[in-house]
Design a protein around this ligand. Structure first.
Ligand SMILES: [Cu+2]
Length: 129
């Protein structure tokens, strides 16, 4: 139980740790190429990985003022993804190829659902408290 709790804490603080746990090299070699720059980690950004046509984690809860950074962790040659707010004009990334990233700072509390423009079945939500 304690181990599980520790894992959850680790996942909340650095989402990428979860990604590598969940999709190790044996399952998806391309994930091994996903690198989160130290500057992103040091700055306390909440990281959402994009992997296997999924936002990981797809729902995150962050404090007001948090910056969320999405990183495309797909294998090379995978179609680019975007992170695009369901509400027009709140945020919208350009096409993110493998290794590319995009950040948005959430100033106001609320629920912010989003999707990937080329793949509308890819959905996520940022809950700002
Ligand atoms: Cu996509």
């Amino acid at each position: 139980m304690n181990a599980l709790r520790l894992l959850l804490v680790a996942c909340l603080s650095v989402a990428l740790a979860c990604v590598s746990e969940r999709t190790g090299p044996s399952l998806n070699p391309g994930v091994g190429n996903c690198q989160v720059p130290l500057a992103v980690i040091d700055s306390g950004h909440v990281v959402v990985a994009i992997n296997n046509f999924t936002f990981v984690q797809d729902t995150i809860v962050v404090p007001q003022g948090a910056t969320v950074t999405w990183i495309n962790c797909e294998p090379d040659e995978t179609e680019p993804h975007t992170t695009t707010s369901d509400t027009a004009g709140v945020w919208g990334s350009p096409d993110l190829t493998t290794g590319a990233r995009f950040s948005h700072t959430f100033g106001a509390a609320g629920e912010f659902p989003y999707h990937c423009e080329p793949h509308p079945f890819m959905m996520g939500k940022v809950v700002v408290q």
